[in-house]
Write a protein that binds this ligand. Structure first.
Ligand SMILES: Cc1ncc(COP(=O)(O)O)c(C=O)c1O
Length: 480
């Protein structure tokens, strides 16, 4: 080995290529509407264009950047396009992207307070800010017995909540002995698939997940929940966890948290509120009603990485009793022992979730909240909701289309009246045009189109074009 040899990028090269890459990203955002929103490649096409073996010798960074356009861009579905209306938003923003870069640059591992105190303390602080911004009950703030933590995803937050619920119901015995097949969890038929995954991972078993009936608006029926809990107790089972959803993925249904909370309180069952997709709406006081009853919940999560201009990944998870969460997840091997932890005066977030290592994600929230201010965030969230309401009004007035569910926030569920097959083909044609991207769901066993407004740069003209494209495509289909 030659002692003075290095393959590392020099700081001057980093400075130079870093600016080039930032320019590339800025150009991408300027030209994003020129790309087909949904990637048009066939399965295997991207891999086939890549060299079969890794390079023996490194190549210039210029070459790497130019290959992004050539090899990668054809296989990108443009989630950041203002014409993206599919699934749920996964929006981002300049301040968030820059914070992500800073986080990568600092390369901090924030598993314990002592491994980077700022990583822990900024997180505690911005999670308290967010609790205030959303009007969350005080019991979720860090000066009480509760507090918040950033998780990678809502799926991990739900899993953590379910694990504490399991431990609370068994007096922390299942951590030692495993599950005995008697613990039961509850969510509505419209709940997100992450609940089923959590039930499998936590050892409750998917046969012990009860999917509770919903009402005409696709919201969980508290009376059906209460009867199922009663039946399970009669059968000698142990109800331990209820997940209420504020804004279901399929149709944005709002489970009645207050009434569900009363049932859980009476039955001493852990209530988790999953507001991953829609919780951001609570930034605006006029939409806070969606969280009515949250003071009865044991845990809550929402995803800034969906609708708060913060790039993936960033889920905010709050608990009312952090001691129970820590008791469930804490493991302290010798090599992690340190004075600060032993003093009990600090938070070690590694005990608040499944993984040990953690990135400096709170920088993203800090940059975003400070850049926009609460008023700026509210402005854009209101705009998205207004645009969705406008679209719903157009659907409602058109004799060929109908709304398929209420539109409380920024998701419109609707269909053409010509039937399932027609709607399926309509969606295919629209997505293949590359002009917009929408997805579908099934409501009351009927194929339903979904238009979700939440991309950072979506404006009135984009929603209007989407509606015009739908109407034009549908009327052309009817002519043949
Ligand atoms: C209501 C709801 N819960 C949970 C999730 C899962 O989110 P994540 O990807 O953060 O795990 C989603 C994602 O669509 C969702 O809409």
């Amino acid at each position: 080995m030659q002692p003075d040899q290095t393959f590392h990028m020099t700081t001057d090269e980093f400075r130079y290529f870093g600016k080039e890459l930032i320019d590339w990203i800025a150009d991408y955002y300027q030209n994003i509407e020129g790309y087909p929103v949904l990637s048009q490649v066939e399965p295997g096409e991207i891999r086939a264009s890549l060299p079969p073996s890794p390079p023996k010798k490194g190549v210039s960074f210029d070459e790497i950047i130019s290959d992004i356009d050539r090899l990668i861009m054809p296989g990108i579905t443009h989630w950041q396009s203002p014409n993206f209306f599919a699934f749920f938003p996964a929006n981002t923003s300049g301040p968030s992207i820059l914070a992500e870069l800073l986080s990568a640059g600092l390369g901090v591992q924030g598993m314990s307070w002592s491994t980077s105190p700022a990583c822990t303390e900024l997180e505690t602080h911005v999670l308290d800010w967010l609790a205030e911004m959303l009007g969350l009950p005080e019991r979720f703030m860090s000066h009480t017995a509760g507090g918040g933590v950033i998780q990678d995803t809502a799926s991990s937050a739900t899993l953590s909540a379910l694990l504490v619920a399991r431990e609370r119901a068994t007096n922390y015995a299942s951590n030692e002995e495993g599950c005995n097949g008697r613990l039961v969890a509850y969510a509505s038929t419209q709940t997100h698939s992450s609940i089923e995954k959590a039930v499998k991972i936590s050892g409750l078993g998917s046969k012990n997940l009860r999917l509770i009936e919903v009402d005409d608006d696709f919201a969980m029926r508290p009376d059906a929940l209460a009867s199922q809990i009663h039946a399970d107790r009669e059968a000698g089972l142990i109800p331990c966890f209820v997940c209420a959803t504020v804004g279901t993925t399929s149709s944005n249904a709002l489970d009645p948290v207050q009434e569900i909370g009363i049932v859980c309180e009476k039955e001493d069952i852990w209530l988790h509120v999953d507001a991953a997709m829609s919780g951001t709406a609570a930034l605006c006081p006029e939409f806070r009603y969606i969280l009515d009853g949250l003071e009865l919940a044991d845990s809550f999560c929402f995803n800034p990485h969906k609708w708060m201009f913060t790039n993936f990944d960033c889920d905010c998870f709050y608990v009312a009793n952090r001691a129970a969460l820590i008791q469930t997840l804490s493991v302290l091997p010798e090599y992690l022992r340190n004075k600060a932890t032993e003093s009990g005066a600090v938070i070690d977030y590694r005990d608040w979730h499944v993984q040990l290592g953690r990135r400096f994600r709170s920088l993203k929230l800090w940059f975003v909240i400070r850049h926009y201010g609460v008023e700026g965030l509210r402005y854009h969230v209101r705009q998205h909701i207004e645009l969705a309401q406008q679209f719903a009004a157009w659907v409602g007035k058109d004799p060929d289309f109908e709304l398929a569910a209420p539109t409380p926030l920024n998701l419109v569920c609707f269909r053409h009246k010509a039937g399932d097959e027609f709607n399926r083909q309509l969606l295919d044609k629209i997505n293949h045009s590359g002009k917009i991207y929408m997805t579908h769901t099934s409501l009351n066993d009927r194929y339903t189109l979904r238009l979700c407004v939440g991309q950072t740069n979506t404006e009135e003209q984009h929603v209007q074009q989407a509606w015009e494209l739908l109407c034009l495509t549908a009327s052309k289909m009817q002519q043949f």
